[in-house]
Design a protein around this ligand. Structure first.
Ligand SMILES: [Zn+2]
Length: 125
């Protein structure tokens, strides 16, 4: 999908987030890498000209999980679960757990790990 279509989609689906990400409007310069909350409890992962939608999932099960961004082990109550559509594979999803407290998570992880996560989520099956 061409970049302008992804951005248009973000403006259509999550206008508040889109205005924050693209203060110049649909024609403004995009951030290169960002993980941002969107309406409905999900996250938008922007990687250059790509936009990945992380849909929130119900919390299930017990025990601890590893955050796939900062690699720390956290209890389930401190984690949030998401699914991401696999590019070019209709109906297939990747599932991931991330820390509920994103600010601490992202500062531990840094932009290099966020970039790696974005690349992994964009891999075709
Ligand atoms: Zn984390």
């Amino acid at each position: 999908m061409a970049y302008h279509n992804e951005k248009d989609l973000l403006f259509e689906l999550f206008p508040a987030t889109a205005r924050r990400l693209f203060p110049g409007g649909p024609a403004g310069a995009p951030p290169t890498l960002a993980l941002c909350p969107v309406a409905g409890g999900g996250l938008a992962l922007i990687d250059g000209d790509r936009l990945l939608e992380l849909e929130p999932l119900e919390q299930a099960g017990r025990g601890s999980v590893m955050c796939e961004l900062c690699s720390r082990t956290v209890s389930r109550s401190d984690a949030l679960f998401y699914r991401v559509r696999v590019p070019s594979a209709a109906g297939r999803w990747r599932y991931l757990a991330l820390c509920a407290k994103r600010s601490g998570c992202e500062s531990v992880a840094g932009s290099a790990r966020l970039k790696r996560l974005a690349q992994r989520l964009q891999q075709p099956v």
